[in-house]
Design a binder for this molecule. Sequence first.
Ligand code: ZN
Length: 599
Amino acid sequence: MPKVDYRLERWSLDDLSPGLESDEYRDARQAIDQTLQAFEGQRARLTDDLTPQGLFEILQAFDGLQRQVSRYVGFAYLRFAEDTQDPAAQTMRGRADQLGAEVGNRTLFFTLWWKALSEATAEALLTGAGDYRQWLLNLRREAPFTLSEPEERVINLKDVTGRRAIVALYESLTNRYTFRLKVDGQGLELTRGEAETYRYDPRPEVRAASYQEILRVYAADERVLGQLYQSLVRDWRNENIELRRFASPIAVRNLGNDLPDDIVETLLDVCREKAAIFQRFFRLKAHWLGVDRLRRYDIYAPIGEAHATFALEAAVGEVLGAFDAFEPQVAHLAQKVLDQRHYDGEVRRGKQSGAFCATIEPGLTPWVLQSYQGRPRDIATLAHELGHAVHSLLASGHSALTQDATLPLAETASTFGEMLLIDRLLASDPTPEVRQALLFRQMDDNYATVMRQAYFAVFEQQAHQRIHDGAQVEALSDLYLETLREQFGESVELSDDFRAEWLAIPHFYHTPFYVYAYAFGQLLVLALYQQYRDQGPGFIPRYLEILRAGGSDSPIGVLEKAGIDVRAREFWEKGFGVLERALEELEQLGAPSRSRRGG
Ligand SMILES: [Zn+2]
């Protein structure tokens, strides 16, 4: 690998535009107007005479428009992310949003036309669609469950004052909540986000108080929040089962994710069967904290703190080294982000918090943002975001409509990249503190992403059924507690206040069954990683094939082409094998030293 001098600095957006006030940026806006007008002219071609070749040309025009808009809007977004306090960037971001909405509205005729075609006509036109095929198929996926136009219009109209109004009501009610905590003798009045940060506090009494206060406030509104939920669930059933004829409440989401029902059931089944792994982890955590049994309040308690700091150069060396040892091409692609100065790792005031990788369009190397502070978790984040970038670059042979991986595969390269890094760091025999920090972080994250989310979905499935059977709100809280008992077994002391936790999960209200996608994506990568461990280099071409596919096929299609059978239980069980290995490593690290702060 060529040695490059990496510094923490602001990224360069020159590949997008010289600046918000530049002539080029103004011209880009005008060019979009012209392309948009030209595209509207295509409407005349949408007749019975349209040939597959004709459709392909229209799709190319649409693709070109998307790229132009993406560059324009992307620049505004990235400029805003680098300095959220810059008034010019704030204004431009707002205008970019407006442009996005306008483009959406003015091109709606095209997607509506496509969705409304008869099955036979669509089938015939698809023959010439090339790389756009999957995008077109995605648009038509809901066709078998679509009602007549007047019926759809009535549903849309009534949703505004129906389910959307109920969700809005839930949001307004719960967003007004304030939470009172006493910390260091000081009375605090906090938002939920602020109160939740105390779950990670080293002091056990502070962690407990944080949970108790949040649960107390939600429980006080149990009746009304529960009623809102019951209405949403009944509406979900009336519309999707009674009218649209879906097989089950979760099948609606499965169709959206393009995942077959049986695979989702297998995933949830295997998760329930493997709950014991995290129960073992919680027992180990109790031991490290020096208590007999963990309380539910303690599951995110910090274990030690790794003070090791890695300069950016060293971090980049570790990440690229891990990628390179796997497959040089992967390292080479990740390095493009750094070499082209598309990486912003500097810690600055006003910069957007968190981390992301932004793919603008297939012709451009993605941009990566984080606030790099040299902790082990920052290196893991660097590997994660660069993994996203590698995924995009490998899929850059596709159109702007089919480059991005579908939701179930969206975290594949990022999580896999993190795994590669963690394994490399562990193999380099770091200090016990760094080892411990890496492994605990891995287990904590996987608990929150896999097991917790899977049990959320289990609760939702049962809750939908019980509400249909006439269950009262209190019965739903009891049901929730039951799912927690199954999840934790005897490993965690579960207090009754957690009955109310489900009232505080917004996903249940605004996007039913969304939660399992987290578990699916994460466990999928763990399973792939285990295949890599088992098969060695022979696995690599199949892995690269998955990434190269981007969003050009259904998630199952992509995996099947790479020879991966996600229908098999053993596949998912293998994913848990990775976690078992991490847990064994942790168990072998031995007893904590006395100086460590526990609780
Ligand atoms: Zn990610």
